[in-house]
Design a protein around this ligand. Sequence first.
Ligand SMILES: Cc1ncc(COP(=O)(O)O)c(C=O)c1O
Length: 443
Amino acid sequence: MNTPINDFLNKYNDSGLLRCHMPGHKGHTLDEADWLPYAIDITEIHGADSLFEADGIIRQSEENAAKLWGSADTLFSAGGSTLCIQAMLAAMKLEGRRGVAVRNVHRSFLNAAALLDLEVDWLIPDYSGGILSGRIDPEKAAKMLDEKSFLYVTSPDYTGAMADIPELSRVCKEKGAMLLVDCAHGAHLPFFETNMHPIALGADICCDSAHKMLPALTGGAMLHCSKPGYRDILRQCMSMFGSTSPSYLIMDSLDLCCRYVSQRIREDIRRSLHLIREFKERFSGQLLFTDGDPFHITIKAAQSGFDGRVLAEEMRKNGAECEYADRELVILLMSPVNTTGEYIQLSHVLAESLQNVPKAAPAALEFTLPVPEQVMSIRQAAFSPSEEIPVTSAEGRICASVKVPCPPAVPIAVSGERITSQHIALFQNYGIDTVLVVKEGGK
Ligand SMILES: Cc1ncc(COP(=O)(O)O)c(C=O)c1O
C-alpha cells in the first residue's frame, strides 16, 4: 500500500530545504530529546495538504483508510476520538436531531453535549458487573427513537463488550433515526475473519481511536461514515473543535497504520487469538472472563473471588500494568501487535499474582442507577458556577461538570441531574470522594 503522508515527510526532510515556517524547532532536535521525531514534525506547507480541507496526501491516505475499513468516507483526527465525537454530535445538531444515548457513554460525549447544548434522553442498559457495561434492549431503544433523533452507542465498551449493532441498526432504520457508534475501542474489528466493525454491521457514523487498538501515536483516530455525502459536514464540524495545527506525526502514524493493516494485521490477529485462547484456558479454573472483543481480556475479579484493585496492584509488583481495575473488574488491554513473548510474560505475572492475592471476595456489585431527574440542561449545569463538595454531602444537589477518573471516564451522575443516595453509594464504590455541584442560588 502507498503511504502518501509518510513519503512526503521523509522526502521533505531529505530535501534539506530551509524551514522558514512553523513549527519553531525547524526540524532540529533538542540535545536532551534526540529521540523525538522533530525532523518530520511539520505544518501545512506546500504539498503537505491540510487536514480540514484535505485534497492531497492526507486525502489519499484517508481514501486508503476508507477502503480498508469499508466505509463510504473516512476522515483522520489528530485529536483522538474525542474530536470525532464532537464532530459527529455537531453534525446531528445541525440536522436538528435529538440524542438518545446509552448511559455508559464516555466523558467526551458529555463534554460535547455541553458545548453543543445537545438534548439527550438516556437509555439505561441492563448493567452487568458495574457501570461500564450492560445489555441494550433494542425494543426499549425503538420506543425512544423517531426520524428526528439519533441513537448513540458505545461499542465495544470499556470492558470490550459489544452491542448488537445489526439489531440496533434495524431499529434505527425502521424509525428513520441515525445510528452513531463510539467505537474508540474497536479500530481492529474489521480485520477478524468475520468483520465485526460497526460500519460493516449497519452503523451510520462511527469513530475509532487508532491509538488504542492499533499502532498509531496517541491522538490518532478515524471518523468513518457509511453514507456518502457526510464528508463535508463532518469535516466542517471537526474544524470547529480541532486545532488548526493538527500534528503531522499523528497523521503520519495513521498513514503507516493503514499500511500495517493492509499487510500484517490479519495474520497478527490470527496469531493473537490463539494466544489469548491459551491464556484464558490456563486460568479457566481460577478466573472468570467477560465476553466480547478478545483483545480486551477482562477478568471478572469479584465473581472469581478477588478484589480487582488488589489483584491489579499485585500484578504491578510482578511486572504488568493493567489498563484498569476496580472492585469488580481487571481489564488487560492487548492489541494485535503484542508478541508471543508478551503473552507468556503476562501469563507468568498473573499466575504469580494469584498465588499472593488473598481470596477476600467482595460481594459482586448489585445496583440500579436511579431514573435520572434532569433539573437543568447539560449545558446550563456544566456552565453554571460550581463548587466541589464531598460526595457524602451531595444528596439533593445538582451535578455540575462531570468529574470522573479517567480511565474509565464513564459518568455516574450527569451534568444537570439531581444527585441521590443511590448515586452517592456508587460514587463511593468507585472511590470518588468529591463531586462538582451547581452552586445554590446560582452564585
Ligand atoms: C469509550 C471511549 N470513547 C471515547 C474515548 C475518547 O477517545 P480519545 O482518547 O481517542 O479521544 C475514550 C477514551 O478512553 C473511550 O474509552
